[in-house]
Structures are given as C-alpha cells and as structure tokens.
Design a protein around this ligand. Structure first.
Ligand code: B1M
Length: 210
C-alpha cells in the first residue's frame, strides 16, 4: 500500500517516475487529493527546504525535487478542479520581479480554480510595470502576488504604489503570500490581505469579493 512517507521520500530524491507512481497509487486507493498534496508532496518539499538551508542540498537537486513535486501535483489537479462551476471571480497571479519561485503560487492558482475562480497565471519575475499591463489586459477582481525571497518581497509595495499612480488601485483587490511574508508586512505594503497558505488564499478571496 502506498503511503505519504514514501511519496515525500521520492520528492526529496527528485524521482519523477516514482512520485507519479506513488501519487497515482494513492489516488487509486481513494486518498483525498488535498492530503496527497499536503502530507506527501509539500511535506517532502519542506524537508528539501531545510536541507537546502543547511547546505545539505544544492540548487540542481532542489530543482529536480521541485520538478518531481510538480509532476505529482499535475496528477492530482484534475481531481480537485470543477470545470462546470460558474466563475467566482477573476484572479491574476504572479511571482514578483527577480523571483523565480512558482510552486506555491501555482498551488494557490490550482486551489482557486478548484473553488470556481478564473485564474490568469502571469508567471514569475513579474515587474510592477508588467503587473499593471496584465491588469489592464485582463481586468481581474483580485491581484495575487507571491514572493519567496526577503529581497524580492519589497517589489510588492512598489507594485501597489504603481497601481495607485496608474489609477488602478481601487479597481482591484490585492492579496499577497509566500513563505517570508506576514500580515504586518502585507499591511505595511498596502495590500488588502495576506494568506499563509493556498487554502487561506481561497478564503481570503471569498471574503474580499463577498
Ligand atoms: Co529557493 N529559496 N532560491 N529555490 N527555495 C527558498 C525560498 C529559501 C527559503 C531556501 C532556504 O534558504 N531555506 C531561500 C530564501 C531565503 C530568503 O530570502 N529568506 C531561497 C534562496 C536563497 C534561493 C536562491 C537565492 C538560491 C541561490 O541561487 N543561491 C535562488 C533564487 C532564485 C530566484 O528566485 N531569483 C533560489 C532558487 C530556487 C530554485 C529555482 C532552485 C527552486 C524554485 C523552483 C520553482 O519554484 N520552480 C527553489 C526552491 C524550490 C526553494 C524551496 C526549497 C522550496 C520553495 C517551495 O516551492 N516550497 C525554499 C525553501 C522553503 O520554502 N522551505 C527556497 C513549497 C511551496 C508549496 O511553498 O512557496 O511557501 P510556498 O507556498 C505556500 C505558501 O507560502 C502560500 O501557499 C503555498 C502553499 O501552501 N503562498 C501563497 C505562496 N504564494 C502565495 C500567494 C498568495 C497566498 C499564499 O496570494 C497571492
């Protein structure tokens, strides 16, 4: 019988084939997709994070682990997305300028889609100017910015300032998230809300658009 520990172990080792195999086995056993993500895939990635921090893993290994995690998420994604739900609102998502971390943002996008939101994923390394361009193009209800680096999170404030200068701030709710952020930082940056994880991001959008 497949288990979460096994799945985490293969994420840590970056074994894409095994991650797919164990994820599929858990799906076939009827395990909840969210448990597979949280207790298997994210749990493995958390270990990768600690080892990376302690110098026990290096960037190429982290990238391979991230790729294997994404392979698992891709298998689970169709199970939690309800294609027939009317749109709850439009959310534009992007990782800020200079930041190439996109796994958490993509998870947020997936959770939002599964709860009926239309998600436009602008990608990563998005400058304030590019966010403005994307907002003009897509006219979203919510802008969601993600940052994983203490250096890049400062661009959230720059983006919000530019939205004000361009007269767009009142048209869009702004939410922020990512491991180094906090509610205090979000308040200081002038965001409408902060979510510590993907599920909370959905609750936050629901509250802001109610
Ligand atoms: Co990087 N990295 N990384 N990295 N990396 C971190 C973030 C770091 C904490 C590792 C460490 O030292 N422990 C550290 C940052 C230190 C700091 O600034 N305080 C770090 C560093 C230093 C770097 C480089 C500078 C390393 C180097 O080159 N020397 C470099 C920077 C590159 C760049 O961005 N310019 C770098 C590179 C990379 C990789 C490319 C190798 C890879 C990214 C691959 C990818 O994303 N496609 C990578 C990874 C994978 C990590 C760790 C190991 C894992 C991040 C992750 O995906 N976590 C990370 C260590 C860690 O976080 N423990 C680390 C899983 C993900 C599901 O969690 O993203 O937190 P997270 O998302 C959560 C919540 O935060 C929240 O919901 C998600 C799900 O619950 N959330 C939101 C996220 N976005 C949200 C948006 C919202 C709401 C909620 O609203 C819009």
């Amino acid at each position: 019988m497949a288990n979460f520990e096994e799945l985490s172990k293969y994420v840590i080792g970056g074994n894409v084939a095994k991650v797919k195999q164990v994820t599929q086995a858990l799906i076939d056993e009827g395990v909840s997709p969210l448990d597979i993500i949280n207790q298997g895939l994210i749990a493995g990635m958390s270990v990768v994070g600690s080892r990376f921090k302690n110098g026990e893993m290096y960037v190429p290994e982290v990238l391979v682990a991230a790729r294997s995690m994404t392979a698992g998420i891709d298998l689970v994604k169709p199970l939690i997305a309800d294609q027939n739900m009317p749109s709850a609102g439009k959310v534009l998502l992007g990782t800020v300028k200079g930041d190439l971390h996109d796994i958490g943002k993509n998870l947020v996008g997936m959770m939002l889609e599964s709860r009926g939101y239309t998600v436009i994923n602008a990608g990563m390394d998005i400058s304030p100017e590019k966010f403005v361009e994307e907002i003009r193009k897509h006219n979203p209800d919510v802008l969601g910015m993600c940052a994983l680096l203490t250096t890049t999170m400062l661009h959230m404030k720059d983006t919000i300032e530019l939205l004000k200068e361009e007269g767009l701030r009142d048209q869009v709710k702004v939410i922020v998230g990512g491991a180094p952020l906090s509610q205090d930082f979000a308040d200081e940056a002038g965001a409408d809300g902060y979510a510590p994880d993907a599920a909370s991001a959905v609750d936050l959008c629901n509250r802001l658009l109610a």
